[in-house]
Design a protein around this ligand. Structure first.
Ligand SMILES: [Zn+2]
Length: 279
């Protein structure tokens, strides 16, 4: 599925769904059981409904940005993971549903872009369903979180192409309504949103009076943001809660359009420019 919203100066934001994923109940929501939560996720039989895997393209005369690269059919290859432990864990935790046509390279073609026309790929974090399409962008610049690279959690490093090389970004203290941010260009910045991973970053596009936040897995959906619900895969629960509070506060001061990677409503929220306002 591709949804496209056009802004001033013919700047376009495309919501591109690269298949979908099912996760377990204990993965979707932190249940307060500390260290035991990981084995609980692995051995649980309670699957949540399918969630989309969104990637985003910002297309403009000044450059084309891709935010996250989505999942790939390579997951179905029994040799996708070199490590048998990783192979076991991922296949126990996640159920993907993706076809070759839904992979990011094929879908870019549908909006008239080749993979070579993506100037920069920004990764919100380094989890499988956000990085499995990296292989299609050997010519692009990559922007990733330095903190996530230095202290990875849940990064299947073996699936990264040998040529992979990224600019490692460190968000700095800021006075722009966020604790830490990094300016990519005039209207585009990275916001430090730690918790899900320790260096998790979201991408903020300021355009036509709106603050469009591509929020990765900060929460799985808008409901979790509004109700301060933390996911079960989370390296720091307290940081996650503080990040949620920071974005909740920001939603009261701006025209926030909140777009997490797995919210079924993210695409339509972009199309309708439907504000997220937290009480
Ligand atoms: Zn993730």
């Amino acid at each position: 599925m591709i949804l496209t919203k056009t802004f001033r100066n013919n700047i376009k934001v495309h919501a591109i769904q690269t298949g979908s994923v099912r996760i377990k109940k204990e993965h979707y929501q932190y249940s307060g059981i500390g260290l035991l939560r990981f084995p609980k996720i692995i051995f649980s039989h309670q699957w949540e409904d399918e969630m989309p895997i969104w990637t985003w393209v910002i297309e403009s005369g000044l450059g084309n940005y891709l935010i996250d690269t989505g999942e790939s059919t390579a997951f179905y290859d029994s040799k996708h993971f070199k490590s048998t432990t990783e192979d076991y864990i991922y296949r126990k935790m996640l159920r993907f549903n993706i076809t070759r046509e839904q992979e990011i390279d094929q879908q870019l073609g549908k909006i008239g872009l080749s993979t070579h026309q993506i100037d920069a790929v920004i990764l919100t974090h380094l989890h499988l369903d956000h990085i499995d399409g990296i292989k299609y962008f050997p010519k692009s610049k990559f922007l990733i979180s330095k903190v996530d690279w230095d202290k990875p959690s849940g990064l299947p490093r073996d699936i990264l192409p040998k040529w992979f090389n990224a600019e490692k970004i460190l968000c700095q203290n800021s006075k722009d309504g966020f604790n830490k941010s990094y300016n990519v260009s005039k209207n585009l910045k990275l916001i430090s949103t730690p918790g899900h991973t320790i260096g998790h970053q979201s991408v903020l596009l300021s355009i036509d009076g709106y603050a469009i936040l591509f929020a990765g897995d900060m929460t799985f959906n808008e409901h979790q943001l509004k109700n301060k619900i933390v996911g079960g895969i989370n390296v720091n629960i307290e940081k996650s809660k503080r990040t949620i509070e920071e974005i909740q506060k920001y939603s009261r001061e701006s025209n926030l359009i909140y777009l997490p990677s797995h919210d079924p409503e993210s695409g339509l929220r972009l199309m309708d420019l439907k504000r997220t306002i937290c009480e």
